[in-house]
Design a protein. Structure first.
Length: 511
């Protein structure tokens, strides 16, 4: 299964971030906007290309979030014509019409091609602008992350409602590298960010940063590593109803020199005190937590992936993972969505692969169920590629529907998509998901956006395909105690020379 790995200097983290954790907007304007768009019937399937100085950028979509006007903000990674890693943001109307698009990155070239200022998480702020979190290397941020140092630092960018830069801050969270996986606005007008850092021994720990509205660090907490044997990172974070924060990710221990990877969930108080940390582990497999949300009953839902070598008579199994926890983090129920083993003849030999899925994001629906988005395997006669996937499950985790979404290359009928790294809710019970799709003539990826109805459909669109049948099974994870040490730290914010630049955009509408 594909996992999205973003290498930020020497720090490596799974960016799965993206969550649909709700949007904090002014109450009056949000209510008026919701009334205006709830009755709309917009569904669409579109692909967008970014064009700068006559060159088409290669896009790696990473996040999409709802906006107060019923539309959305989408974020992708790209490489500028000068070889620097940059963000590309596009603001879409409820019907998917681009309203503006901007490239954000180093204001001037620093270092060599391959250096970057990359955002992987975006959300609209209460002032109508946008906050972006990610990482940077050699962008030139004072003594924290100086140009040509090779030092990776966490990065936060604040943009205006039109996508222009308000400010950018870099944070040297760890001595050997750091990056943010997800950032969310808090009730007080500041931000909460979570991610990973590496210490001087190159061991990985998870961190959580509380920032004020100007990006100044109010407090910082590092969870792990533990003596080089147990390491951790956070992929997702959100503020809880009690004013504290819940974060999810991965902790792993080294067994015979190999990492044993399991789900990590931690709850912090509003002042950064650690309320609890829980792990969920399999005796003969592993798992990851990519997205966490608070549920309507005050508990939590965690989505990710799972594998176990003993399932299917020892042939193994893997699948998307959904855990339901109570308010204290105790496991209430668990489901994995797997399709067993599929064998096919490629013309030379028989190949067998586990059929499963990965859930990169989870959102609770109005009926108490959950929307999962990520990827799942497609059975073809000569392969089993992964493709963008969405599924709806009920309040107990039982599958209600699931679909695959992808364009095809007409001469061969081969799929051009890969996965949905992020999805968001839309007015009227609709859903919006984004991911990459290949522009075959240029061999560059576009931003593929699908807005569906509450059944995951976009009319009779030919880009919506039946999913390979998956079954909801018990993954047999057991509660574990990671016992990661907690440290308080203080990381100063350093101004980062980020700039924005308007791009052109081309829209291809399939449905």
């Amino acid at each position: 299964m594909k996992s999205r790995l973003l290498v930020l200097g020497t720090a490596v983290l799974v960016c799965a971030s993206a969550g649909m954790l709700g949007l904090s907007v002014p109450a009056a304007s949000a209510a008026a906007t919701a009334r205006a768009v709830t009755g709309a019937s917009e569904t669409f399937v579109k692909a967008y290309s970014a064009i700068l100085n006559g060159s088409q950028l290669n896009l790696s979509p990473v996040d999409v979030q709802a906006t107060a006007d019923g539309g959305s903000i989408a974020l992708a990674l790209a490489t500028s014509p000068k070889g620097l890693g940059v963000d590309w943001l596009v603001k879409l109307s409820p019907a998917g019409v681009p309203q503006w698009q901007e490239q954000a990155g180093c204001a001037s070239p620093q270092g060599a091609p391959g250096d970057y200022a990359d955002g992987v998480s975006v959300q609209q702020a209460t002032d109508g602008g946008y906050v972006v979190g990610g990482g940077t290397i050699d962008c030139g941020s004072g003594i924290s992350c100086p140009a040509l140092s090779g030092q990776s630092c966490a990065l936060v960018e604040k943009l205006t409602p039109a996508g222009k830069l308000s400010w950018a801050r870099a944070y040297k969270v760890g001595p050997d590298g750091s990056a943010i996986s997800q950032i969310r606005q808090t009730a007080g007008g500041g931000y909460i960010a979570a991610g990973s850092f590496q210490d001087a021994s190159q061991d990985t720990g998870a961190f959580i940063l509380k920032l004020d509205a100007a990006g100044t660090v109010q407090w910082q907490r590092d969870l792990g590593p533990a003596g080089g044997t147990t390491q951790a990172y956070f992929n997702s974070v959100q503020q809880a109803s009690d004013g504290g924060y819940v974060a999810a990710g991965v902790y792993y221990t080294h067994v015979n020199g190999l990492p044993d990877q399991q789900v990590l969930v931690a709850k912090f108080g509003g002042d950064g005190t650690l309320a609890w940390q829980h792990g969920f582990a399999a005796a003969n497999g592993g798992g990851s937590g990519f997205s966490v949300i608070q549920t309507a009953d005050g508990g939590y839902a965690v989505a990710g992936n799972w594998d176990n070598t003993t399932f299917n008579s020892g042939n193994g199994a893997q699948g998307a993972l959904l855990l339901k926890l109570d308010a204290r983090g105790a496991l209430q129920w668990q489901k994995a969505y797997s399709g067993g083993v599929y064998c096919f003849f490629n013309g030379y030999s028989e190949t067998c692969t586990d059929i499963g899925a990965v859930a990169y994001t989870v959102h609770q629906t109005s009926d108490g169920g959950y929307l999962l988005a990520g990827d799942s395997s497609l059975k073809l006669t000569d392969s089993a590629p992964i493709e963008p996937w969405q599924a709806k499950v009920d309040a107990t985790g039982t599958l209600v529907w699931q679909h695959l979404y992808y364009q095809t290359y007409q001469p061969t009928g081969r799929p051009l998509g890969e996965y949905f790294p992020s999805a968001a809710s839309a007015p009227g019970g609709r859903f919006l998901a984004v991911g990459p799709t290949l522009d075959y003539p240029t061999q560059k990826d576009l931003l593929f956006a699908v807005r569906t109805d509450s059944s995951g459909l976009a009319g009779t669109c030919g880009d919506v395909h039946p999913a390979t049948p998956l079954q909801a099974i018990n993954p047999q994870l057991a509660a574990a105690a990671p016992s990661l040490p907690l440290q308080a730290a203080t990381t100063p914010a350093a101004a980062s020379p980020i700039g924005t630049l308007a791009t052109l955009i081309s829209t291809q509408q399939d449905c």
